[in-house]
Design a protein around this ligand. Structure first.
Ligand SMILES: [Zn+2]
Length: 286
């Protein structure tokens, strides 16, 4: 998951209060491992921290290269290194991060930190590449860009190799059952505001007759489909057209273009609108 930039002063103070309290209680106990791009802080079990440090450096190089950010290796060195805090257990992580109980890790853009807890295999295999990808993407695109949340979450999940391998098959199943959402609704939906118990109205992709259905769905189903569709769209853009064009698309967003303008610029002659993106993506899945 992501922690978006905190917009209000109260929010900022609230966050720092919680983070300060949580880190202060461990202040004397934190030990540190220094890598080229990451500082790994841990309380106990140095061998797990060493594995995280080693994996983080490898993920960093692979993700930047997979995304086609070729000169990225110059970033995040020395004083710009990302801090990874490994809390000793889930309870202390949740207290420190002030995240919902289902959370297993988070990226804090403002302070360039990743927070999680020890001995989580999820941290090694999924959370680490996911959160590193969020930080790399936001570093590249910035905060002012009109980059939709699905793109951010799609890039982060695409960095998890286990998801990359299954996303096309899972998306095909959703396509077959008519459960995929229109890309226009994906752009407009702020998934961070959707709770499990909510009922959400959202349009489907076009059926064979060219019509969209208005779906009324439980929040947890919306979240699940949204995340699959997000990574499926990113997988489509990168597999079909390559990393270089994807980087160019991200660069256009960074430089202030709207989503459609950036698509038109980078994928000119092929994708000129969100409707065309949806159409080509569905053809790719079918
Ligand atoms: Zn995320």
């Amino acid at each position: 998951m992501i922690k978006s930039p905190i917009r209000t002063l109260t929010g900022l103070l609230y966050f720092f209060y919680f983070f300060a309290c949580a880190t202060a209680s461990f202040a004397q106990d934190w030990q540190k491992l220094s890598g080229d791009h990451f500082l790994v802080y841990f309380i106990q079990d140095e061998s797990f921290a060493k594995e995280i440090s080693y994996r983080a450096e490898n993920y960093y190089v692979r993700i930047a290269s997979d995304l086609g950010y070729p000169r990225y290796s110059e970033f995040w060195t020395w004083d710009k290194r990302v801090k990874i805090y490994i809390y000793p257990d889930r309870a202390s992580y949740l207290k420190a991060s002030n995240q919902p109980t289902w959370s297993q890790g988070m990226a804090d853009y403002t302070n360039k930190q990743i927070l999680s807890y020890a001995h989580s295999q999820e941290l090694v295999d999924s959370i680490l590449p996911h959160e590193i990808a969020h930080l790399i993407f936001r570093d590249f695109v910035g905060f002012k860009a009109a980059a939709p949340v699905w793109l951010d979450e799609g890039v982060a999940q695409w960095a998890e190799l286990s998801k990359r391998e299954i996303v096309k098959a899972v998306s095909k199943d959703l396509l077959a059952s008519g459960s995929l959402f229109s890309v226009a609704d994906m752009v407009n939906l702020d998934i961070r505001r959707v709770a499990e118990g909510d009922t959400i109205q959202i349009h489907s992709i076009r059926d064979k007759e060219g019509n969209r259905k208005l779906l009324s769905l439980n929040g947890s189903i919306v979240v699940r489909t949204y995340y699959i569709e997000a990574v499926s769209l990113v997988e489509f853009l990168i597999s079909r057209f390559g990393g270089t064009i994807f980087t160019d698309f991200c660069r256009q967003l960074r430089d202030g273009k709207s989503l459609e303008e950036a698509l038109r610029f980078a994928y000119s002659t092929r994708i000129n609108s969100i409707e065309e993106l949806e159409k080509l993506w569905l053809e790719y899945l079918a």
